[in-house]
Design a protein around this ligand. Structure first.
Ligand SMILES: [Zn+2]
Length: 169
């Protein structure tokens, strides 16, 4: 397996013909969508791919990506580093009809011709792998909200009670 930096693009058909495998790092700087999610600079991103052909000669890709992303914890509202890993397998359909047929079998399929943008693909897969509400994996204290915010009329009810009592006396 070649290592170093991942190529910018890869043609799945040619890569499948050559049985190409590669793994390496990716510069997170151009990944705009991940940068928007991250609260600080994203750490190193790495990934790898294996290309081959399925029994019927379609190009297939097995890939993975790993990243450390600084995100805001949805429980305590502090930033933390989320280790995220994405694994995927994709079949390249030969026609739209082929794509429909494969999708019905529950395969992750795409109908695509020409080279794939490696950074775009990895970014998309990492975003799909993110939890809906990222939280510290080791647990943390929920952020404390001011009581007045949680029960805006609590103070008022207390005041009314006291006034009723005062009137009675
Ligand atoms: Zn937390």
């Amino acid at each position: 397996m070649e290592s170093g930096f991942l190529p910018k693009s890869v043609d799945p058909e040619r890569a499948a013909d050559q049985g190409l495998e590669f793994a390496g790092g990716l510069d997170p700087a151009p990944l705009g969508r991940l940068r928007e999610l991250a609260v600080e600079h994203a750490g190193p991103i790495s990934g790898g791919f294996v290309f081959r052909r399925d029994d019927e000669g379609r190009a297939m890709m097995v890939g993975f990506a790993e990243a450390s992303l600084p995100l805001i914890c949805q429980r305590c509202a502090d930033p933390f580093l989320l280790e995220v890993r994405a694994d995927w397998q994709r079949v390249f359909a030969r026609s739209e009809a082929d794509e429909r047929e494969l999708a019905e079998k529950g395969l992750d399929v795409c109908y695509h011709s020409g080279p794939l943008d490696v950074a775009e693909l990895i970014e998309e897969e990492l975003i799909l792998a993110l939890p809906m509400a990222p939280r510290h994996p080791e647990g943390c204290e929920p952020v404390e909200r001011p009581a007045a915010g949680a029960h805006p009329f609590a103070g008022l009810a207390e005041l009314l009670k006291r006034e009723t009592r005062d009137n009675r006396n």
